[in-house]
Structure formats: structure tokens, C-alpha cells
Ligand binder design. Structure first.
Ligand code: PLP
Length: 419
């Protein structure tokens, strides 16, 4: 879905709307900076993926790390989604909504003993193990609890996802997963783990992958292992293909859900198991914006700077990954000068920028700008750096909107300090 022909954030009479509400109207009420999400985007995108997988027995586990606002999780839960969690905190959020624990799977390369215990006590659908030491730990905790732990092994298929190195996870050099040969040995000797039932095989090779080729290479390898295990008499119940499906931030040519499923189909068609997927970004990124207000513009030497009240603590992606986000005016002013400028926040770091050398219609003080495609890895990565309060989150649903998280108060900044 292209940011520029989005049905969810679009201009009408030179005003940016989220669904049927002018973004400016929301900002005048809640202030800036603020995250604004389109509920319809989440619903449509989920349904699109779900229907692409119609010919497969499948389950979707939304990766809540992308956007874990309770109202967002509830939106996916209402659609029948399961959830992929990566920590006790994410599990706490999902369980707070009363979601059935059999719809939750637990990922992560470094689960603590306490996290494993909680996963087992709550009878989650499965835990994904990423090392032999973790398997030994799961086995012993399950024994103490007198339970049989349901476990999938996450393999590292050593495939280059051709994405930013910080979000590549399926290369041999990455910390994630167990190498394929070792994983096979574990399955063949699974009898030594008396308190574990091995239910499946899992991979997740990285995030923001914009061509299907890396998925095809990885699925080919992993499905081959799946078949080989079957020949050895090990019949797993599911193959989890992870998340990682890329989205449009700029003008990337992206594959569709149908193309993704079509490309991997030959490898998963005859496995006779359930297919799991865990997208996060795909379901949320283009369903959200971060809006900020222009504080000042200035020229230092020959360089233009537009200083806004949204910063790296609100949206870390540009600073941490050099990520590109479209920046659009909330009110389109025609016949204005276009300039090249850095769009920066008030934090005292030169790494605090939302865009660099960007061609932009010169905004005036007090006008609003929208940082597009901010619905995932936005608020979940926000911090209180510079003692800035994290922004509110607003969920638009047709012609109404709700504040689904308030702007933090100053009390929030101090509540856990002992003085
Ligand atoms: C195990 C696992 N599954 C799913 C995801 C979601 O990835 P994405 O948001 O790229 O779809 C991640 C992201 O890091 C992950 O680590």
C-alpha cells in the first residue's frame, strides 16, 4: 500500500484527513506531538493477509512489539488474531485484555527463567526456543511445574534479508535462532527433553524486507528441514514463517500479500501442517502518523532547519536506522516556496532528526507536519529522553476518534523515583 494513494490518510480540500476526520481537528484538541492511527487500516490490512492465506490452514500472530497500544491489540484480537510477544511486559499487555493464552506465542533470544515460568504457568500456545541452553532451562522449569512445555525451535536459515543490518535476524552472524544442522540434531534427540513437546519449526529472518526472494530462500531451506524431519518420523504440527514483510515508506516497489503467499506456496503446500505468520510492521506502519508543530525555521550557514516539537524520543527510527519517513503538511498550502531542509526536534543531539535534506514546502511557525508511516516501531520505541513526556495516541474510526493513551504527565516522569 503506497503512502501516496492511501485511503486512510488523504487530502481533501488541501486538508490531510485520517479516515473521515481532518488531522488538524484532532491536533487542535489533543495538542502536539501526537500519534494518530487509522483503525480501518489495521482491519483492512489484516483481512487482506488473512484472505491471501485462505488456501492454507493458518494462524496469524500479530507481533505486538510493532504497536502495543491496548486498543490496537484489541482491534486485532476482534479480528481473530493471535499474538507474538517478546517479553513479560508484552505478555502482560496482551493478557490484560483477557486474550486466551492459547492464542499467544512467546519469542525472544533471551527469555529469563521467570518469563519461561510465566509462559508455562499461563499455558501459552508455545515458546520458541533459540538455544540448547534455553531448551535445558525450559525443560527443568516445566519439570518443576509438572507440565509438558510446548516448544518450537527457531532456526537461523542463514539468508540475507537485504535490509538494514540492525533489523536483519536470519544471517549466520546474527544472534537469533539455532543453526539448521544443530536444530536437526536437537529434534532427532528430542527424547532427552522429558518435559518438552516439540510442536513446530520457526524462522524470522528480519524486518522491512522489500523483495520476496529472501523469504523464498529461507522458506525453501526451512521446509526442506521440515520434510527431512518427517522422513525421520518427526511430525511437527506447524511451520512459523515469522514476520518481516516490508512496507512503503518512500516509493519502494513492494510485493503484495498475494505475491508473498504465491511465492512461498510451492514450499509449504505439501507440508501437511499449520502455517503461522507473525507480521507486525505490515499491519500497522502505514496505519499511523506522528504529527508535530513547527516551532521555528532557520538557516545556519547555507542549511535550512525546520524545528518541530516532535523528536527522536517520540520516533527513534530516523536516528537509529536512518529511516526514511515522508513528511507532509497537515494543511497543504499551494504556491509556497519549496526548500531543502533538515526537519529536526528539540532534543540536544545532532542525531535528533526526522528527515535530512528533504525537499519540503516551506512551512510557517505554528503549522502542523505529519510524519507518515509511523504506526509501527514508533510509540513502542519512544522514551523520556530530555525528560520529554511521551505523546498521546489517538485511534480514528470513521468519523470519530478516541484518545487511546493520554499524553504523559509530569507525574509520570517521577512516579517511580525514590527521593
Ligand atoms: C520473532 C519476531 N516475529 C515477528 C516480528 C515482526 O516483524 P515485522 O514487524 O517486521 O513484521 C519480529 C520483529 O522483530 C520478531 O522478532
Amino acid at each position: 500500500m503506497d503512502v501516496f494513494d492511501s485511503k486512510y490518510f488523504l487530502y481533501q480540500n488541501n486538508q490531510l484527513y485520517c479516515e473521515k476526520i481532518p488531522v488538524k481537528e484532532i491536533l487542535e484538541e489533543v495538542g502536539t506531538p501526537a500519534y494518530i492511527y487509522s483503525k480501518k487500516f489495521f482491519i483492512d490490512t489484516y483481512k487482506e493477509f488473512d484472505s491471501s492465506l485462505i488456501n492454507f490452514s493458518h494462524k496469524i500472530f500479530y507481533a505486538v512489539k510493532a504497536n502495543f497500544n491496548l486498543s490496537v491489540i484489541k482491534t486485532f484480537s476482534d479480528l481473530g488474531s493471535g499474538f507474538d510477544v517478546n517479553s513479560e511486559g508484552e505478555l502482560y499487555r496482551v493478557m490484560k485484555l483477557g486474550i486466551d493464552s492459547s492464542k499467544i506465542i512467546f519469542s525472544g533470544v533471551g527469555k529469563t527463567a521467570n518469563e519461561i515460568k510465566i509462559a508455562l504457568e499461563n499455558d501459552l500456545l508455545l515458546i520458541k526456543a533459540e538455544s540448547q541452553e534455553e531448551l535445558i532451562t525450559i525443560d527443568s522449569i516445566a519439570k518443576n511445574l509438572n507440565k509438558k512445555a510446548k516448544v518450537a525451535i527457531r532456526v537461523n536459515p542463514d539468508v540475507d534479508p537485504k535490509t538494514h543490518p540492525y533489523i536483519s535476524t536470519g544471517l549466520a552472524e546474527n544472534k537469533f535462532g539455532i543453526d539448521m544442522a544443530e536444530a536437526k540434531e536437537i529434534f532427532l534427540n528430542s527424547g532427552i527433553y522429558k518435559n518438552i513437546e516439540f510442536t513446530g519449526l520457526d524462522m524470522h529472518i528480519g524486518s522491512q524486507i522489500i523483495t520476496v526472494d529472501p523469504f523464498v530462500s529461507a522458506v525453501e531451506k526451512v521446509s526442506d528441514l521440515f520434510q527431512k524431519l518427517k522422513l525421520e518420523g518427526i511430525h511437527l504440527k506447524h511451520l512459523d514463517l515469522g514476520g518481516g514483510i516490508g512496507v512503503v515508506y518512500n516509493h519502494e516497489k513492494i510485493f503484495s500479500a498475494d505475491e508473498y503467499v504465491g511465492a512461498i506456496s510451492p514450499y509449504i503446500r505439501n507440508l501437511d501442517c499449520e502455517i503461522f505468520i507473525e507480521p507486525g510492521r505490515y499491519f500497522t506502519a502505514n496505519g499511523g502518523i506522528l504529527a508535530g508543530k513547527v516551532l521555528y525555521s532557520k538557516k545556519n550557514h547555507d542549511k535550512n532547519f525546520i524545528i518541530v516539537d516532535a523528536a527522536m524520543n517520540d520516533l527513534l527510527r530516523p536516528s537509529i536506522y536512518g529511516s526514511y519517513h515522508q513528511i507532509l503538511p497537515v494543511e497543504m498550502k499551494l504556491n509556497r516556496e519549496k526548500i531543502l531542509a533538515d526537519i529536526v526536534g528539540p532534543v540536544c543531539e545532532s542525531g535528533d532528526f526526522l528527515a535530512k535534506n528533504r525537499a519540503i514546502i516551506k512551512p510557517e511557525q505554528g503549522e502542523y507536519l505529519a510524519v507518515m508511516s509511523s504506526g509501527s516501531y514508533g510509540m513502542t520505541m519512544a522514551s523520556n529522553y530530555n525528560a520529554r513526556r511521551r505523546p498521546p495516541e489517538i485511534l480514528v474510526d470513521g468519523d470519530s476518534f478516541r484518545i487511546v493513551r493520554n499524553r504523559e504527565t509530569f507525574e509520570h516522569l517521577l512516579y517511580d523515583e525514590i527521593f
